[in-house]
Each structure stands twice: as C-alpha cells, then as structure tokens.
Write a protein that binds this ligand. Structure first.
Ligand SMILES: Cc1cc2nc3c(=O)[nH]c(=O)nc-3n(C[C@H](O)[C@H](O)[C@H](O)COP(=O)(O)OP(=O)(O)OC[C@H]3O[C@@H](n4cnc5c(N)ncnc54)[C@H](O)[C@@H]3O)c2cc1C
Length: 398
C-alpha cells in the first residue's frame, strides 16, 4: 500500500531540516526529500566552516525583503534557544555574530540531523523533486524515478545556486518568481590596475554608486582580486548591483582623516621622505603596491622632493574616493545567497501559498536575503520551524 506522509519537505538544507524537526515534534510523519546523497551539505561550508548561525542584533535593516510578516516570524524565534533545545550550545563574538560553542559547522549539522532522526523524520536522499500533483487532497511529489505522497508540502529548496528545480515547481503551481541575481559576492571590475593589487587587503569605506549617486556605504576590509573587489563590506553592497544602471564602487582608503588632514599629512611625509623615491611616498600609510597604484597617473617624477602641491591635492582626492567601474556581480557559483525568489505577495503570513492550500515555503527560495553576519541562516531556521509547524497543523485543520 502507498504510504501517505503528513508532511513532505523538499530540500534538506538549513530551513528544511528545521521544518522537519518542527513537524515531527508535532508527532507528524515526515518525509525529508533531498537531491544530494546527504542532507545539509551546505551548512558545513557556512561561516568558513564555523557556521555563523545568527546574530544578537536581528533587525529589519539587515534584510532585503518587503514582507513585514517575515520579521514577525523572526521576532518570535530565538536561534540560541532553538539550538539549546537540540543540545547545541552557542556563543557570540564581539560583533554579536553567533556561532556554535564548538566553533565548527559540523556540530550544527549533527544537532539538526540527530534531532530530525530522534523525532522520527525520514530522510530520503538522492531524490530530486521535479514535479508536484494533487489528487483528492493528496500531493504526489515526483523525482525522475520515484514518487512520495503527502498531505502537505514544505518547499525549502534554497536559492538558485542549489541547482534548484523547485523554482519550476513553484511556477507550475502559479507562483511568481521575482528577478534572481547573485548576492553576497565579489563585484567584477574591469580596471587593469587590479591585476597588480591581487591578494592585498585594506580597510576602507566602500560606497556603491549608480550613475554617480551614492546608494549604500559599508566599512571594513576590502580584498583586491585580479578582476574584482571582494570582502564582507563589498558582499553587503552586492545585492544592489543588478538594479543599478551604471554601478561603480568608490573607496575611501583613509576614513580616519578628512581631506584637509590627509593633505597636511602628505605634506609632512613629503618633508620627512624628501630624499626617497616616489614609490615610497605612501608606503607609511598603505601596503606598498597600493601606494604605487595610487600615484600612477598622478606623479611622474622620480623623487619625493619633486612632488608638487597640485599632485598632492589630486592624490588626496584619489585616496578619499578611488572609483572602480563595476561590470556586474560574480556568478551564482561564487555567491553566498540569491537575491529574489518566490514572491511574498502570493504567500500568507503562515508561509502557506495563497494559490495552493497545503503548500508552504521557507528559507532562501522565498524573495528574501540579508547582509553577512548570520542573518541569512537566522531566517532559514526561523522560517523552517514556522513553516514546518504550520504544515503539521494543516492536516489537523482539514
Ligand atoms: C559558502 C557559503 C557560506 C555561507 N555562510 C553563511 C553564514 O556563515 N551565515 C549565514 O547566515 N548564512 C551563510 N550562508 C548562506 C546560507 O547558507 C543560506 O542562506 C542558507 O543555507 C539557506 O537555507 P535554505 O534551507 O533556504 O537553503 P539550502 O541550505 O541551500 O538548502 C536547500 C536544500 O535543498 C536541496 N534541493 C534543492 N532543490 C531540490 C529539489 N528539487 N529536490 C530535492 N532537494 C532539493 C539542496 O540540495 C539543499 O540541500 C552561506 C552560504 C554559502 C554558499
């Protein structure tokens, strides 16, 4: 006889594992469908293997999402409490980023996997969901050679980079998918100077401009790659790039000095190093290769004593606003999250579809993404628990 589960969950990543735990805690039979050979593989790569699982300061400004109820869901969720209930202890660093106490992402995956097993959720791996049908109130989820039946379904298949065939499923159910673009990724720039700066890191304020209009600023470490700018503050600007007509990133490499203070400082350096070569003019402020790249095109004399006031003025401007034209974001492959997804306008505040009763969505497959700092995983856990609980209750309401 064909088995009918109370809840089937498509995608056993961060949000799907939480949905499975929540539904199984409600004593429901749960099938956790995963296209990979193992569940939760991506969790292991998060936070450089340490899993930055939440943040002490969860605030709407860190999320890119128009649905107010997404924040209500997160307001009623405490990641530390949830993980403590699974036997996993957490701690926060000085910037409020929450990590597992063990400092290893494997502990987070183990906690989720063990809890899902203990509550009786059934893992079905190597199951790539490709289609859903509904006959007489029972959903049939199909992979290439198998079918699973359930009374309700949670779609938790992640973003575009998870090779996500479930966007097609959502579309087939009538759901609108907003424009998808890579986010939390490096930005590609064509400036040939970048080749000579590859591998260097500096602290700066980075501002994303569209047609010279500032859109967003972030401060922190910038990493130079041979055709891109990278680093957490660049990642946090990347979600806006695809909406810009003429994007560029402006770097203030000396945020601690005003233009005039910097000018004064450069005149002092000129005096102190007058006998030295120009290539060392800025090496007391920046890594040498950065200094050389900054003076290129401005200073052509050999010795520091020959640098004139006009050149110092130009140099100050460049240090305070070094601009790089952005071609586009890096590919999905090199992005941590997807910007865009299943449109919240067709989703109830229970995370159930407004179009198909009994279908729920959670995690990154929805049109929500966030800055670096544990915010994306916080949404995955919170929405997973919420959707799993509501999917479990769905059967009872019928
Ligand atoms: C390198 C990296 C580091 C990151 N670090 C952090 C961090 O430290 N902190 C943070 O907050 N966020 C981080 N993120 C983002 C975070 O991992 C995601 O926001 C989060 O995993 C999203 O959870 P999800 O459950 O929606 O999707 P996922 O975790 O991607 O899970 C989706 C699952 O669904 C499966 N699947 C997809 N389609 C199907 C299908 N058709 N049938 C069956 N299964 C399917 C996938 O194989 C996958 O297992 C990082 C991301 C990356 C790539």
């Amino acid at each position: 006889m064909t088995r009918i589960y109370d809840v089937a969950i498509i995608g056993a990543g961060a949000s799907g594992l939480c949905a499975a735990i929540a539904a199984a805690r409600h004593k429901k039979s749960v099938a956790l469908l995963e296209k990979n050979a193992r569940v939760g593989k991506k969790i292991l790569a998060t936070g450089n293997g340490r899993c930055n699982l939440s943040n002490e300061n969860i605030k709407p400004e860190s999320y890119h999402c128009k649905a107010q109820f997404a924040f209500d869901i997160m307001e009623n969720f405490d990641a530390r409490e949830f993980f403590a209930s699974l036997g996993l202890m957490c701690k926060a660093d000085s910037q409020g980023r929450i990590y597992p106490y063990s400092n290893t992402a494997a502990s987070v995956l183990d906690a989720l996997r063990l809890a899902a097993q203990n509550y009786g959720a059934e893992e079905i791996c190597n199951f790539n969901a490709m289609d859903i049908d509904n006959k007489n109130g029972i959903f049939c989820i199909k992979s290439e050679n198998d079918s699973v039946y359930a009374k309700s379904v949670v779609i938790s298949s992640g973003g575009y980079q998870s090779n996500n065939s479930s966007y097609k499923i959502a579309k087939k159910l009538g759901h609108k998918i907003t424009a998808l673009s890579p986010s939390l990724c490096p930005v590609l720039c064509d400036d040939p100077v970048l080749k000579s700066l590859k591998g260097i890191r500096v602290n700066a304020i980075a501002t994303l401009l569209d047609n010279d209009t500032p859109k967003k600023s972030e401060s922190g470490e910038i990493q130079f790659a041979d055709n891109a700018l990278s680093g957490i503050c660049i990642f946090n600007l990347s979600h806006m790039v695809s909406a810009c007509k003429k994007p560029s990133v402006k770097l203030d490499l000396c945020p601690d000095f005003s233009h005039n203070q910097l000018k004064e400082l450069l005149f002092k350096i000129k005096k102190d190093r007058k006998k030295n070569l120009c290539e060392d003019f800025l090496s007391g402020l920046f890594p040498k290769r950065i200094g050389q790249a900054l003076i290129k095109d401005i200073i052509n004399s050999k010795q520091i004593c020959d640098i004139n006031s006009e050149q110092i003025e130009k140099l100050c401007k460049k240090v305070k606003s070094w601009e790089f034209n952005v071609r586009k974001n890096e590919s999905f492959k090199n992005a941590q999250v997807t910007n865009g997804g299943v449109d919240f306008l067709q989703i109830k505040n229970t995370l159930e579809s407004k179009l198909v009763k009994g279908i729920f969505f959670c995690g990154e497959v929805l049109d929500i993404d966030a800055d670096c700092g544990g915010f994306n995983l916080n949404w995955a856990w919170a929405s997973g628990v919420f959707a799993g609980t509501n999917a479990a209750n769905f059967g009872e309401k019928r």
